[in-house]
Design a protein around this ligand. Structure first.
Ligand code: ATP
Ligand code: MG
Length: 561
């Protein structure tokens, strides 16, 4: 990005639209723009996808992906899948997952990616809510799909050289490899309107039951430009986004953003381990790396001697999203990687990045950065009035950015709740803006603590705790108290090499009291082996609170085992 202030003043989304085919034909298709456009250009033999896991190590050029997704589009067409049908993916990361996803889009269908670790209830809820007709999965995951009980689901494609279960009256099975072999590599793409449905993503479930968020092909405008300026993608980059496509980061910035920009995209299957991740960076020469605070905090807690064993010098740009990024982690990153970790903020509903730290901009560690050009963000009170600088309030976005959600699936009432004040989208997060226009995260609206007449955002207390050398992670909740309204209770997981003692608990309390404020110091501290998290790595404060108060825990479909 050029100079931020200049870009913010001069930028116009209309100019970005000129990159895509509807500018000439009036019609568009995300898969065409992300893959075929490059396959028909000088980039055709450029590697689009490096895929590796414990068993596989493969590469695919833009041309390879074009032809294979054409084939998969033909497979779907042959078995009667139509435009607008919901086609779900429930499988581990693999080249087939990405090829299928592109084929679904080329067919004009709406893709629904499910995280591979979901158990039966989570799979059932989502397939039921979306009325999915077709599912692509593997033999290993099939036992978690209650297909006999799903009225709308009528076909399942199994990836892997497996024998197929018997067809029933209601459901037909196909084998991915067999059908692909039969399918032509030429496909007449389904050209769609910008507003046609593209992807249905269920939210992470951090604050309650996940919502089915529908995005349109139009989102490409934002995916393209934010990937260009925030991820700063250049022609020679090897880009690695560690998020699974079951979550919005894994599609918007694991698929669409990078490929719309013609970048080489690395996908690493399997589980997180510091050694494996550092080895991946070294082996592929990763240059741009997008991950999440939970991963950075874990890398931090294993000690710097691990990173020192690998050659990480290819890295030139690091980004973080999904949860607040503690300033402490940014400082650690500068020491270990010699680079700033660029925090940025958005959510499933926004479809793309809204607020970010840009490479060309001065960074304030702990801040989410500034609104993307063409986007207006503000801190409002309950009545929709803008709050003065420095005051914490509702983080809202002026409605109408390109990748804004188009619907909450079959739930118009929930959709309307996002827009309580005319023209503004209410995120459900709390934040403040400082005198230089930087945004600072405060916490989730539901998580804010009222103690002795003060409003305390859990994040600032958590961040203070994480600065302490013994603390790996912290989660803070408000606990009802007859005198103070609420008291602050902190749950803490320790770094390797520290043990739980009463002295340490007291030390942590004093640490927050002296470092932040007396009223922000937790009255109770509980040291735990782990904190409950969503499968996308977000701390579930509502679950800690329910456990603590002995209340029902609510929807746990996305919680880590
Ligand atoms: P649910 O909506 O189901 O409760 P969720 O809000 O965690 O789950 P996502 O859409 O995956 O689902 O996450 C978006 C949320 O993640 C944001 O509303 C915000 O609370 C948090 N978040 C994302 N990026 C950041 C960031 N950079 N700093 C702080 N919080 C962030
Ligand atoms: Mg949310």
């Amino acid at each position: 990005m050029p100079d931020y202030d200049q870009a913010y003043q001069e930028f116009n989304w209309k100019d970005v639209e000129k990159n895509f085919s509807w500018y000439e034909t009036g019609k568009v298709n995300m898969a065409y723009e992300a893959i075929d456009r490059h396959a028909e250009s000088w980039r055709k033999n450029k590697v689009a996808l490096y895929y590796s896991d414990q068993n596989r190590d493969e590469k695919y050029t833009f041309r390879d992906l074009k032809l294979r997704s054409n084939q998969f589009g033909n497979v779907l067409r042959t078995i009667g899948v139509e435009k607008g049908d919901r086609v779900f993916l429930f499988m581990p990361r693999s080249p087939e997952l990405y090829i299928s996803l592109l084929g679904i889009l080329k067919n004009g269908s709406i893709v629904g990616p499910l995280f591979e670790a979901f158990m039966e209830q989570a799979v059932r809820d989502r397939l039921e809510n979306s009325d999915a007709t077709t599912l692509i999965t593997t033999k290993d995951l099939l036992p978690r799909v209650p297909y006999k009980e799903l009225a709308h689901l009528n076909q399942i494609i199994l990836v892997g050289e497996d024998e197929l279960p018997d067809n029933t009256e209601d459901i037909k099975f196909y084998n991915y490899e067999t059908e692909m072999k039969k399918a032509s590599r030429d496909l007449e793409i389904e050209w769609v309107d910008r507003e046609d449905g593209m992807i249905l993503h269920y939210t992470s479930g951090s604050t309650g039951k996940p919502k089915g968020i529908l995005h349109a092909h139009n989102a490409m405008i934002q995916h393209y430009q934010t990937a260009k300026w925030v991820l700063d993608l250049q022609e020679e980059d090897i880009y690695w986004c560690t998020a699974d496509p079951g979550w919005v980061t894994g599609t918007s910035y694991g698929i669409f953003g990078p490929w719309l920009n013609g970048a080489s995209n690395l996908i690493r299957g399997g589980r997180f381990s510091p050694e494996d991740w550092y080895l991946t960076i070294e082996k592929y020469g990763v240059t741009v790396w997008l991950s999440a605070p939970t991963a950075f905090r874990r890398l931090m807690s294993v000690g710097d001697n691990v990173s020192e064993e690998y050659d990480l010098s290819s890295l030139r740009h690091i980004l973080s999203v999904g949860e607040p990024l503690n300033a402490e982690v940014v400082h650690w990153g500068m020491k270990v990687y010699k680079l700033r970790i660029h925090d940025h903020w958005w959510m499933t509903e926004t479809g793309g990045i809204i607020i970010a730290n840009y490479r060309s901009m001065e960074m304030k560690p702990g801040s989410m950065g500034k609104p993307f050009p063409g986007i207006e963000a503000a801190i409002l009170d309950d009545a929709g009035n803008e709050l003065p600088q420095g005051q914490m309030g509702k983080l809202c976005v002026k409605a109408g950015w390109p990748s804004m959600l188009r619907a909450v699936w079959k739930n118009e009432e929930r959709f309307n709740q996002y827009f309580p004040v005319d023209g503004w989208f209410e995120s459900g997060d709390l934040a403040s803006m400082d005198e230089d226009g930087y945004f600072w995260f405060g916490g989730r609206d539901d998580d804010v603590i009222q103690t002795s007449g003060e409003r305390v955002g859990p994040f600032e207390v958590e961040s203070k705790l994480v600065e302490h050398p013994a603390v790996a992670e912290a989660a803070v909740i408000g606990k009802p108290d007859p005198v103070r309204g609420e008291i602050i209770k902190a749950f803490v997981a320790l770094r390797d090499g520290y043990t739980k003692t009463d002295e340490l608990q007291e030390e942590l309390r004093l640490y927050v009291k002296q470092g932040l404020a007396a009223h922000a110091a937790p009255r109770e501290i509980e040291i735990r082996d782990f904190l409950p998290k969503t499968r996308s790595g977000k701390i579930m404060r509502r679950v800690l609170k329910a456990w603590d108060l002995g209340l029902p825990t609510g929807d746990l479909s996305t919680m880590e085992e």
